[in-house]
Design a protein around this ligand. Structure first.
Ligand code: FES
Length: 318
């Protein structure tokens, strides 16, 4: 028998055009030296933004049904990029010099104003992430903070008549902002910050009513975990009524069955044990963030033989 040795090379080193960027982001994830500043900043943010307040929910994006930060960051980045384009693109020369620089200054100032809500929403989301995500988020925030300082310096330079310095500072700011945006993408798309982590029940649950357990097996008024095929459910029994949600929290997949039953506006809700998101049992809607996506909910019924059956609830049926 001939044995073959396989020459396995790291695939990302061959395929990615910028392997060092990806490797750098992965190194940041695994850098415990960032933990002390992460803890310090996290404590400041949590003290400044107490959870379950209107401001905290708004910064997370609860009223919009998705995180607010990705939408808000487009404003400063768009303004700043446009300012740099006005500075450097030959096409912008159609504007008289006297108009080109005030236009760039106005864009820089608008970007600085828009950076405030963008940073606040980012910090709110960041404070409720896992540690490896927070490490990447910290470096992302440092890059964007550096970009903000550079653009502010550029604006001051232009106002004081130093146009050449202003242009150079803007270019440096855009470089820092682009590096920060790369880490933001890594955080959102590779590490799943901001995406819904609830199971896609439409793909995992068969059509029609499905048995989960006898009613008598469910404790009264307490959370219980039940399994439906691959899917984990959290159930709350109130007399003969049973509320059922998907168990993995939409925020970062926390186990809702280990959370607490609370009442909000007279309705039964579950509070996630990891970061305190609150979901209404009736329909899975978000009462408080950091989660912004609705928790998948189930309709339930009890058969004559005392079996609890569920099926995915749809917006039409709710
Ligand atoms: S996992 Fe973060 S609130 Fe549930």
């Amino acid at each position: 028998m001939v044995s073959q040795s396989l020459d396995v090379k790291p695939t990302h080193a061959r395929r990615l055009p910028f392997p060092r960027l990806a490797a750098f982001a992965e190194r940041v994830e695994r850098a415990p030296s960032l933990d002390a500043p992460v803890r310090a900043l996290s404590n400041i943010v949590v003290r400044a933004l107490p959870p379950r307040t209107r401001l905290d929910d708004a910064l997370h994006g609860v009223p919009f049904g998705q995180p607010a930060h990705p939408a808000l960051v487009r404003l400063p980045l768009g303004c700043w990029t446009s300012a740099v384009l006005l500075d450097f693109l030959p096409g912008a020369r159609f504007l008289p010099r006297a108009q080109r620089f005030p236009a760039a200054q106005a864009l820089l100032a608008a970007g600085l104003a828009a950076a405030i809500p963008s940073a606040a929403s980012g910090l709110a989301d960041w404070s409720a992430l896992h540690r490896h995500q927070q490490r990447v988020g910290l470096v992302h925030a440092l890059a964007q903070g550096t970009a903000t300082v550079l653009f502010a310096s550029s604006l001051l330079a232009r106002i004081s008549g130093r146009q050449r310095s202003g242009k150079a500072l803007s270019l440096a700011g855009l470089t820092a902002a682009t590096a920060g945006a790369y880490l933001g993408g890594h955080l959102a798309l590779r590490l799943g910050a901001g995406a819904s982590h609830a199971e896609p029940i439409g793909h995992l649950v068969a059509l029609g009513w499905q048995d989960i357990c006898p009613l008598d097996d469910l404790p009264e008024g307490r959370l219980a975990r039940r399994q439906l095929g691959y899917l984990s459910l959290v159930a709350l029994r109130r007399g003969k009524q049973v509320h059922v949600l998907s168990d993995h929290c939409a925020h970062l997949g926390g186990p809702l069955h280990q959370g607490r039953v609370i009442t909000e506006d007279g309705q039964a809700c579950v509070s996630c044990p990891w970061h305190g998101s609150v979901f209404r049992f009736r329909d899975g809607s978000v009462v408080h963030g950091p989660a912004t996506a609705r928790q998948p909910a189930f309709e339930s019924r009890v058969t004559d033989s005392g079996l609890v059956q569920v099926r995915p609830a749809t917006p039409q049926r709710r």
